[in-house]
Structures are given as C-alpha cells and as structure tokens.
Design a protein. Structure first.
Length: 408
C-alpha cells in the first residue's frame, strides 16, 4: 500500500504561550472516571532501568551527558523549537487488571495526557497541576514544547492496516501504531522490565532510530506482581542500535480505567522523563536504602548518589512515596516543605514521588540536550516525521491547528 503523505498532526503553541493558558483544563474526554477498587493493590513507583555489568545488575547510566553538552544544546536550540516524537505501542494483553479495553483510542487519550503535562496544561480532574506549585518554586518551573504522536506508517513506509501482523503483534486499528500481542509472547514471559528480556525485545521492536517504543504489560518483571507502575532506560546509543531502548508501563494505570487517581496517571509522564535522561531528585541506591541529604553532585553527567545533577531541583532526602506504600515520609509531604539543606523542595516535580505538576528550567535544558544526543536525535527530524507520521515539512501552523480541531 502506498504511503500517503498527509497528516492530522498538530503543532502545539510555543511553551511560553502554554504557560499562560495552563490553568485551562484540556479537552480530554470527560468520561474518564476515577474509581478506587477495594481489592486494588497499592501501585508501586517506578525504579530506574537496570543493566548488567560483570554479571551484576546495576542502575542504568546511559550515554554521558555533561554540563558542556547541555550548554551547547541550549545554544543550538531555537527558542521556538518543537519536538515531535513518533511512538509505537506494544501491548501484551488487550485488558490488564482493571484497565478496561486497551485500544488505539485509549492510547490517544494517554498521549494527550502526557503532552498536556509537558506543555503545562492541566488535565481533567487532576487537582495537582501548574496552579498548585509552591509560589517560591514557580519561577523555576518550565515546559517543553514536545508532542508524542502515534506513528501511522511502518518501517517500510506502508500505512498501518488493522489486522496486519508484525513479529507476533497485530495492528489494532488503521493508521495507529498499536500492536496487540499474546501475554505468552517470549519477551513478556521473561519480563519486559528486565534487562534479561533484551534479546527477545530486539526481535519485536521497531527501529529505535525512527520510533520511541513503549511496551504495555500488567506484570513488568514476570514475577507475579501486577502493581509495578513503570520502568524506563536513559538515552543509550548501544540500546538504540540494539533495538532495546524503551519505556515499559502497566496498562492498568493508563487514563480511562479504574486507575489509582488522576495525579498518579502522570507517572507515565515521569517515565517519559527518564527516556529523556531525567533522574529522580531524591537520593537512592539500588538496594532501596537512602543516603544522607547532600547537595546535588555534577560529576561529568553521571548522577552519583545525591540528587539528580540538576541544579534547580532541590533534592529529597527520601522519596515521598516509598516502595512499601504512600506518604510514609510525612516530613516531606506537601508543597513548601524543606529538605535538610533548608531548601524548599520541588514537591510537584514530575520526577519526584510527591505529586505531578511541573518540570524545572534545568530539567528542560537537560531533556533538550538528551534529544540532541545520538540516541534520540533522529526521532524528531523532518525526514523521520515524514516517514513515520506522513507529516509534510512545509505544513503551516494554521493548517496543523485546523487539522487538530477537526480531529477533536
């Protein structure tokens, strides 16, 4: 089938304008409901993706990203730079727990939610948003002019047709990169969140230079636990070349099901942040124990044990939400609280485990540098967007906004 280079893609308004309009709720379908099942198990926060080194699993580090890299990317980036990222969803089980049916329409809602988060637009029924940021942290907050879009064409440029099979996955709907797999698929049986699944993942992934691959499963680690929320790996050119770069997320916590709460839905935004090289702002070690509060370290782009290496995200001594439950660390629970360095924490930071409201200017600069790096820089080129989305590079802003209005 010949690829048709037309698009319903929209160009979002520049981030500076979005900040002004962030108080308005998005037009995501208001039929999304928020229900908490009594039988539901408390969802666990994410963990950093791991890698194997000398036979031992350690936290993934990824490509080195230095302060010089960040500064260079900032200088080279146009003020109105728009990033568009084509996505393919690999879905293992069309229902996952209380998720309801996982189809292209559900993933469109999920992407709308994520895009709103990155662009400073409040999502429906989410009481924690740009407007609830502590006043003393507001000036540090920023947005990223980015849009994650479901791919419409395969690696060969063929339009996606419902029922077409790709390496064991079946296209769920026309013109939408959502592939449905059996839960018994080899990579899923190993655990998509495990480093050991890499070989099997490489057999089903779509070209990591062309697509961001997101894997949706109920049991991330194939250990019988179905309440892990998500896991992601930092930019790593070796993973990109091997076809193993990924975000893995629990379908039960996507918008539209009996998910935990609207704010928790933004954990997927948090995972996408890891994909663009954002770390947690709190101290953590792979053992799950926490180290004393110290200033953020900047050691050539690796994180060390203290904070996330971003200067304007005051680190947390502990995560606000622990693996054993919510709100354990009450001393840090709330906007305006201070850490042991007497800094007001960024409680609403998307990369924290508090509530989900904002990124900082430093984090946005880091994401831009990550998107300029070898592991991610081909995703958003005009050439790739034409191949994967059918976007005509010469499309005007007005045409794209008109297309979006028609689609909604």
């Amino acid at each position: 089938m010949k690829r048709i280079t037309t698009t319903l893609f929209s160009l979002l308004i520049a981030s500076s304008l979005l900040v002004i309009s962030c108080a308005k709720e998005s037009s995501i379908d208001d039929s999304i409901t928020t229900k908490t099942s009594q039988e539901e198990t408390t969802p666990k926060p994410c963990i950093i993706g791991q890698m194997e080194v000398n036979g031992q699993l350690v936290d993934h580090v990824g490509d080195v990203l230095t302060e010089a890299d960040i500064a260079a990317a900032e200088m080279a980036t146009k003020a109105d730079q728009k990033y568009t990222i084509p996505i393919v969803f690999h879905v293992f089980g069309k229902t996952q727990g209380s998720s309801g049916t996982l189809n292209a329409a559900r993933f469109e809602k999920a992407l709308k939610w994520i895009n709103n988060d990155y662009n400073g637009i409040s999502n429906p029924k989410d009481k924690e948003n740009w407007n609830t940021i502590n006043s003393e942290r507001k000036n540090f907050s920023s947005t990223l002019n980015i849009e994650f879009v479901m791919a419409k064409f395969d690696e060969k440029g063929e339009a996606l047709v419902k029922g077409t099979k790709y390496n064991g996955g079946t296209i769920e709907s026309n013109d939408a990169a959502v592939l449905i797999y059996s839960t018994s698929q080899a990579a899923n049986k190993i655990g998509l969140g495990n480093w050991s699944a890499n070989t099997q993942i490489s057999k089903i992934s779509w070209d990591n230079k062309m697509y961001m691959n997101v894997y949706i499963t109920h049991d991330l680690y194939a250990n019988g636990g179905t309440n892990s929320s998500g896991v992601s790996w930092y930019p790593d050119i070796k993973m990109t070349k091997a076809g193993t770069a990924r975000v893995v997320y629990n379908g039960e916590y996507l918008p539209g099901g009996k998910y935990w709460d609207p704010d928790f839905t933004s954990v997927i935004t948090h995972e996408f942040g890891h994909f663009m090289y954002l770390a947690h702002p709190f101290n953590e070690q792979i053992s799950g124990t926490f180290v004393p509060c110290k200033p953020n370290l900047k050691d050539g782009g690796t994180f060390g044990h203290y904070g996330d290496g971003v200067e304007d995200t005051p680190q947390m001594e502990n995560s606000s939400r622990t693996a054993n439950g919510w709100k354990k660390n009450m001393a840090y629970w709330g906007h305006g609280k201070k850490n042991c360095l007497n800094e007001i924490i960024d409680f609403g930071n998307f990369m924290n485990y508090g509530v989900y409201c904002n990124f900082t200017k430093g984090q946005v600069a880091r994401m831009k540098a990550a998107l300029a790096g070898d592991a991610r820089n081909t995703l958003w080129t005009a050439e790739n967007l034409e191949k994967t989305l059918g976007i005509v590079p010469s499309s005007t802003l007005d045409e794209r906004i008109k297309d979006l209005d028609g689609k909604l």
